[in-house]
Design a protein around this ligand. Structure first.
Ligand code: NDP
Length: 331
């Protein structure tokens, strides 16, 4: 089986030479473990942080070892109670064709309840991030006007739709292309959206949110965060989920330059990590899967074909080539 290794720590934007696809023997079945053939693996923005050798909430990737991340696979051999050949499992040994996974790190998923890839996105980690970030961290309530950046991505597209379904007075999104903006408004039911590449975020947000915003779900940081602070109503709540605008920069951005407004407006900014919200998993899957089934919540996935394209998929994600969840399809 082949696996992607990090072979050099990227400086600024990662390049293909920072990675290598290497052959390794398929692991032998072992007591308490399942041998899995991966069908899909996830590429995610947070992986960029793991490529740096710095202390963080997830340890850095080791050089010259397979990278890790969310994956869905099929059990080809089991030496663990409760798992049988043919079962589908969600686990964390992505970026490779075959994985030997300790049973306690594998979760069975039902291929009849949803397409398997959905367990990496709309019903998976990014979905829970959207659900918990909006409803718990930002303490969303009916009637709030919500602004979400990175709105055509996996997390953002779900945030905006959950807000609508829960009675937001207005949902505004920003994204990096006119096609994405059209998708948000025409298909996902956002009230307004704009392409942040078409002009200053502050001006475009002002037009899109004439009555201000009560919630900001931040996936981007920098100029977007500054614009959201300027547009925030008194007692607005900000869920700080990601700051992708600065993941590949070598100098930190100057924005937001207006943080002092947080005082007068009594804005609450709260950083979030999805792993703190595992207790919402059951409620989240129940509510969102019902919306997916009845068509009131839509989702898109962007697939890269084959393990060879794994790194290109990750680089494409950083460049905004995805709409919805970016997934590598190994099948
Ligand atoms: P997305 O599906 O949103 O993909 C990333 C998107 O970011 C791209 O499609 C691109 O879209 C956009 N982007 C890239 N560079 C920039 C930039 N300079 N300015 C604005 N937008 C940019 O990924 P996810 O949904 O998986 O993640 C979204 C955010 O949530 C990330 O910041 C991620 O780190 C964070 N996150 C945080 C978690 C947590 O626990 N805190 C958990 C999961 C995700 P475009 O074309 O619009 O530019």
């Amino acid at each position: 089986g082949r696996a992607w290794h990090l072979v050099r720590r990227p400086q600024g934007w990662p390049v293909p030479e920072d990675f290598a696809l290497r052959e390794a023997p398929v692991p032998a079945p072992a007591e308490g473990r399942v041998l899995v053939r991966n069908l899909y693996f996830s590429v995610d923005p947070y992986m960029r942080g793991r490529m740096n050798d710095v202390k963080s909430y997830t340890p850095p990737f080791a050089l010259d070892e397979p990278m890790t991340g969310g994956a869905i696979g099929q059990v080809v051999a089991s030496e663990a109670e409760g798992f049988a050949e043919g079962d589908y499992v969600l686990h964390f040994a992505g970026w490779r064709e075959y994985a030997s996974v300790p049973a306690q790190h594998a979760t069975k998923v039902d291929p009849d309840a949803a397409p398997l890839s959905a367990y990496l996105g709309v019903l998976g980690m990014t979905g829970l991030t959207a659900y918990a970030g909006l409803l718990r961290v930002a303490a969303f309530k009916e009637g709030d006007a919500v602004f979400v950046s990175g709105a055509a991505g996996a997390v953002g597209s779900e945030v905006g739709q959950i807000a609508k379904l829960k009675g937001a007075s207005r949902v505004i999104g920003s994204a990096g292309s006119d096609e994405k903006v059209a998708w948000l408004v025409d298909e996902l039911g956002f009230d307004a959206a704009f392409n942040y590449k078409n002009g200053p975020v502050a001006e475009q947000l002002k037009q899109a949110a004439p009555d201000g915003i009560d919630v900001y779900f931040d996936n981007v940081g920098a100029e977007h965060l500054e614009a959201a602070i300027s547009r925030a109503n008194v007692h607005a709540r900000f869920a700080i989920c990601g700051m992708i605008a600065q993941y590949n920069v070598t100098e930190p951005p100057a924005a937001p330059r207006n943080l002092a407004q947080v005082i007068g407006k009594r804005i609450r900014l709260e950083g979030m990590l999805v792993q703190d919200h595992a207790d919402l998993q059951g409620e989240f899957v129940k509510e969102v899967s019902a919306w997916v089934r009845d068509g009131s919540l839509k989702y898109r996935e962007t697939f890269a074909d084959g393990i060879d394209n794994g790194v290109e998929a990750f680089l494409g994600l950083l460049r905004g080539e995805n709409t919805g969840k970016m997934i590598v399809d190994l099948a």
